[in-house]
Design a protein around this ligand. Structure first.
Ligand SMILES: [Zn+2]
Length: 314
């Protein structure tokens, strides 16, 4: 029962770029460079240093430009390439390799391990694949966070530790959270998810996370469980009051009309299956990067150009 429910609530990723589609878009290195150029500079190429639009394309080197405005002298213009100030700069790997890794990452619902990527694209070494994956994940952070509206589900979970793998019936009951990393998330129904690693689950942490995550003017309902850390959300006092509804799991309650945590639980399920099944274990140091990756895939599940956003962010 529980297992079926998990799969049911996992978000569906609608837009998918097929492998054939990818190969058509990016047949070679120049196609990747042109794509990156057009994403970075939709109109004219600008100097990344001074913003000058009057830059000159280098005749000798394609996808390189010169800016005389901010060079040391007229004769020594500032030279830059299409990858300047991006994660792709100063690496020995071709853009095509980066793009292929990004494609595999975005097309894999539960993530893809660096080892698997290494086997699939032959990226030199496993470390190379690992490095590229982490750099890309860092670029997947949403720079334009928009607060959640409508019906918002909030929940906390713990990542890591063997206990989390076990079926509910096999857990020891008084499960300690030692060794596990707390993560909090909020999700707008039919909207976006925002999640982050937290140090602890005290009231100050939970309360301030929710208040930052939701749009106070446009949130209709905030569904949480009975964790005492959320108790102040519905109260006015020093802060604004939010329309909070509680689901009382301890009384066996899981759904009360529109008040339920199914969407956020579906996201947790996907994240945990990814962490356990794909990455096997995730350290505190890198968990924020994996959260970026899972949130990005989820939030861009209906985005036509799933490739464009991360390339811009890189
Ligand atoms: Zn310049």
């Amino acid at each position: 029962m529980a297992k079926n429910n998990q799969a049911e609530h996992e978000p569906k990723l609608v837009k998918q770029l097929t492998l054939a589609g990818f190969d058509r878009m990016f047949p070679d290195e120049n196609a990747c460079k042109a794509y990156l150029r057009d994403r970075r500079w939709p109109k004219d190429v600008r100097c990344p240093r001074c913003g000058n639009e009057k830059v000159y394309a280098s005749k000798a080197r394609p996808f390189h430009w010169q800016c005389t405005n901010c060079g040391k002298t007229k004769r020594a213009p500032y030279r830059f390439s299409v990858t300047v100030n991006t994660v792709f700069e100063n690496t020995n790997y071709k853009l095509l390799i980066w793009f292929r890794v990004l494609y595999l990452m975005l097309a894999s619902k539960k993530g893809i391990s660096a080892l698997q990527i290494h086997r699939m694209i032959g990226s030199g070494s496993y470390r190379t694949a690992w490095f590229i994956c982490h750099r890309l994940r860092a670029g997947l952070a949403d720079p334009e966070f928009r607060q959640l509206m409508g019906i918002v589900e909030v929940d906390e979970t713990f990542i890591g530790g063997k206990e989390a793998n076990k079926h509910k019936s096999k857990r020891t009951g008084n499960v300690g959270t030692a060794g596990k990393i707390p993560v909090i998330g909020a999700i707008a129904r039919k909207g976006n998810v925002v999640c982050q690693m937290i140090e602890n689950t005290d009231t100050a942490t939970l309360d301030s996370f929710v208040r930052k995550a939701v749009n106070r003017e446009r949130v209709d309902l905030v569904a949480t469980d009975e964790h005492s850390g959320y108790r102040l959300l519905g109260l006015g006092g020093d802060q604004f009051a939010l329309p909070r509804s509680v689901i009382r799991h301890t009384s066996g309650e899981y759904v009360r009309g529109i008040v339920h945590p199914n969407t956020i639980e579906g996201f947790w399920s996907l994240l945990k299956r990814g962490v356990i099944g794909t990455y096997h274990k995730v350290s505190k140091k890198y968990l924020p990067l994996y959260l970026n990756e899972f949130a990005f895939r989820f939030n861009n599940r209906n985005t036509e150009d799933i490739f464009g956003a991360p390339i811009r962010g890189c």
